[in-house]
Design a protein around this ligand. Structure first.
Ligand code: G4P
Length: 531
């Protein structure tokens, strides 16, 4: 029997971030293969589901009773217990994608070697950067023609503002991909693509001292290029520094090909060694030790059931300290109630498993009768923990909501408010007016369809959405010092407020943001809303 501390210390909880198609699903499948969690790569989840048309997606939600896009995968490997949090992408990219990152202790960034840093990676990276969590880079698809390796690293440094430290180095790419050079071990691992989908095989390890072996396996030309690149690299790249990695200032970079399962296990092994155990979270300004404290957790996501027959909600919690025991009572801090969490479960890709215990680092889903809000804390009844809330992320799409039947005003307001409470949408009003006009903001456009669908199906309210041209929203950090009525921006800027009366500004482009800042000295704008 292991102790609570041992259980917690073997946990590694991370999210995988990438732009769609970079290979996140494929890499996850290979990880699971190493953990023995699945027998065959490809059975993790129907990744094609992410590409379904909206109507299909709704059908899938209904059939399964829970979003197919939300999953946490847990598996054991090499003495570690690993939790991988899926960050929904593609069409279902939403605020939940960002919130998932709040529950992770580190992130794996997958980059397509022929595409470099792409839009979605950039957005997700920003959120990781805000938290200063460690980021590990896997440059994927080396079996295809790749961009120049130095240029790829340069792009990461410039675009994302993080130093890079290659742990290994690719030898060619595409048809001429010969393998990787391990800088620490000073040896080469040769590539073979004959082992698709199975454990890494056919890889020969050749020391850099073994000239004949290298010539035979990677050839004269590739070897001489490699030697030149190593010289350049040793002079140019950042020194490896674990503290810098753990504070998110330096990203270790690995190369490989998830599809042909090359470089994946080395990445996994190094990553597990470098990644942190569950990190302490801040409660009322003080860090809460995951090991020394009793059970505590915070809600980072609420998932409404799309199935009318079971209109329940699932609250996803990240356990921050101690051991969760399903038989024991906990305190819901914001609600001021002591209770037992109902139907605690681990939400896997395609199944829910009822849990009796879990530890700091783990994610659990519990039945929510409508009491939890995003950011809420639960803890042992005698403790007084209250975790910092989760920020509100900037929506990028806005629409005015018009109700078709004004007689149903009450249901409409109730529906919109409930859906907003789950965090699927954000609602705003015109500045200094009543609730008459509602403006909805979403991170991913699919949420507009979800809103319309749910209002019709669950609240019997028909709405019309009129898209607005704004793409940028900014919270006013120093709202106490700003006189909103006097604030002047560009003619296309719009003043709005949230339901708590906090003032916000909507902009069509970044230029307008700059102009507004210029015209209002002392104004401080933020991309994240304070919870
Ligand atoms: P995502 O979750 O990040 O969206 O990416 P996913 O793993 O679904 O991969 C996107 C496509 O890229 C898939 O091809 C996948 O097979 C391919 N891929 C992933 N890793 C590698 C790699 O290392 N090398 C190469 N050459 N391809 C890779 P697809 O044609 O869209 O899907 P499928 O028909 O192969 O399943």
């Amino acid at each position: 029997m292991s102790t609570i501390a041992e259980e917690i210390n073997k946990r590694r909880t991370f999210a995988i971030i990438s732009h769609p198609d970079a290979g996140k699903t494929t890499l996850t499948e290979k990880f699971l293969l190493y953990g023995g969690a699945i027998n065959l790569a490809g059975s993790v989840k129907g990744k094609a589901t992410a590409r379904h048309a909206v109507s299909d997606w709704m059908e899938i939600e209904k059939e399964r009773g829970i979003s197919v896009t939300s999953s946490v995968l847990q598996f054991n490997y090499g003495g570690y217990c690993i939790n991988i949090l899926d960050t929904p992408g593609h069409q279902d990219f939403s605020e939940d994608t960002y919130r998932t990152l709040m529950a992770a202790d580190s992130a794996v960034m997958v980059i397509d070697a022929s595409k470099g840093v792409e839009a979605q990676t950039r957005k997700l990276f920003k959120v990781c950067g805000m938290r200063g969590i460690p980021i590990f880079t896997f440059i994927n698809k080396m079996d295809r023609d790749a961009n120049d390796t130095f240029e790829l690293l340069d792009e990461i440094e410039k675009e994302l503002g993080i130093a890079t430290c290659p742990v290994n180095w690719p030898i060619g790419s595409g048809k001429r991909f010969k393998g990787i050079y391990d800088r620490h071990e000073n040896h080469v691992l040769t590539y073979s693509d004959t082992q698709k989908g199975t454990r890494e095989g056919e890889t020969t390890v050749i020391s850099m001292e073994d000239e004949a072996g290298l010539l035979e396996n990677i050839g004269d030309e590739a070897l001489s290029t490699l030697r030149d690149e190593i010289d350049l690299l040793d002079g140019a790249s950042a020194e490896f520094d674990l503290d810098e990695v753990r504070s998110g200032k330096l990203t270790p970079v690995f190369f490989g090909s998830a599809l042909t399962n090359f470089g994946v296990e080395i990445f996994l092994q190094n990553f597990l060694k470098m990644a942190t155990t569950p990190l302490p979270r801040i409660s009322q300004g003080e860090p809460v030790s995951p090991v020394e404290n009793a059970f505590s957790a915070f809600v980072f996501k609420i998932q409404a059931n799309m199935n009318k027959a079971h209109r329940d909600r699932v609250a996803f919690m990240r356990i921050c300290s101690g051991r969760f025991d399903a038989a024991e009572e906990v305190k819901h801090v914001q609600g001021g109630k002591v209770m037992r969490l109902s139907q605690p479960q681990q939400i896997m890709a395609d199944e829910r498993r009822i849990l009796s215990e879990a530890y700091a680092g783990d994610i659990i889903g519990v039945f929510d009768p409508g009491i939890f809000s995003i950011g809420d804390t639960v803890c042992a009844p005698r403790d007084n923990i209250c975790y910092e809330g989760i920020p509100t992320f900037a929506p990028e799409h806005f629409a005015r909501v018009r109700q078709m039947d004004t007689m149903k005003r009450k249901q409409f307001i109730k529906g919109v408010n409930q859906i907003a409470q789950e965090g699927a949408i954000q609602i705003f009003q015109e500045f200094n007016t009543g609730m008459e006009e509602i403006i909805v903001g979403v991170v991913g456009v699919l949420q507009f369809d979800v809103l319309k669908y749910r209002l019709e199906n669950e609240y019997n309210v028909e709405i019309k959405l009129e898209p607005l041209p704004y793409e940028y929203i900014r919270w006013i950090e120093n709202k106490e010092e700003v006189d909103m009525t006097k604030l002047t921006g560009t003619s296309d800027m719009k003043k709005i407020q949230d339901l708590k009366g906090n003032p916000l500004l909507l902009f069509v482009n970044q230029w307008s943001i700059g102009m507004t800042l210029d015209r209002n000295k002392g104004l401080v704008l933020s991309e994240f809303g304070r919870a």
